[in-house]
Design a protein around this ligand. Sequence first.
Ligand code: DQA
Length: 383
Amino acid sequence: MRVLLLNGPNLNLLGTRRPDVYGSTTLVELESMFAAWADELGIDEVGAFQSNHEGALIDRLHAARGHVDGVVFNPGAFTHSSYALHDAIEAVEIPTVEVHISNVEEREEWRRRSVVRPACVYTIYGRGTDGYRWGLRHLVARSRRPVETIRYGPANSQRGDLRLPVSPGPHPLVVLIHGGFWRHMWTADTTELIADDLTARGLATFNIEYRRVGDGGGGTRTVDDVIAAIEAVLRHPDVDAGRWAVLGHSAGGQLALLGAKHFAGRGQSPRLVVPMGAVTDLRMAISNSIGAGAAAEFVGDEPVAALSPVESVPIGASILVAHGVDDDRVPVTQGEAFVNSARSAGDTVDTFLEDGIGHFDFLEPNRHAWTTVAAAIGEALIS
Ligand code: DQA
């Protein structure tokens, strides 16, 4: 796979331009980090180009045609105005991920509009310079196997990607729920590589998007989205609705547990629920201000108890609580609190709580944290 990193106007000033918004990483540093990330992801070839000129960016895209399999592109302010760049991306037919370092949805109104977006395969914003790495991962994931996108509601975020093994179905299923503190800039791209890995292990996977805070969701609306997504996929003819599991990373773990409880209550229990690095005690999350106030924003004016897994036990399904002791985003005390409350309510709970594991290790297919979880899911579903 060959990937091109493109940066538009003013991004040559990275490091000194508004470091409060764009951080302190320079363009030279970013380009070398990008090459290292690509190497880690098994990408064979990377190129990088920056220009302040619209025509030069268009020429570079034209030259990439037939030589590059994916583009990670931050068009800078051209994002908001350049129909010519939109047309160039569309014309060269190279899958292009639009990346913005800053949270363009929460700055000036005019930054919310992207004219290049319809020509791009994905958009990532508000994740700092790490966004370029997530962009690369998305290109890798989408090159692996085709997905069937299932819409379970009218909103753009009410959808999920179904990946199926090549053998004939129906297949056991894993529903994946991404994290990101229920905030709109974190999307289902984060769990794509592990979804692909599970499908390579012979399982159907449904990697869902859902409405988040700032995207029409929050509280019960988000939980209801998860339930509707699972209902939709369990009706799919290639899915064995009697053999399914659900996993959630970070805030997605909270959603996985509440979703599992709903189905267990209807006699359609998943065989396994896996909260990984999950936010499971919302009261504790609010008082510790985990994720800079994210839990409070998610709960809004709803009662906390109904949204907090520790207060929603028993879940009524087997649970594997996976949490890194060195998680610096969601402390392991969250996982431990849930283990105690679920066990005292009578749930069957296994644990994978290990030193040396951080928050994002569960999303990397080759790391021990993930392979341990994947093996447990395989055991629960393929037997
Ligand atoms: C940007 C956001 C644009 O609005 C701005 O004009 C840029 C950088 C970003 O990376 O956040 O130059 O694309």
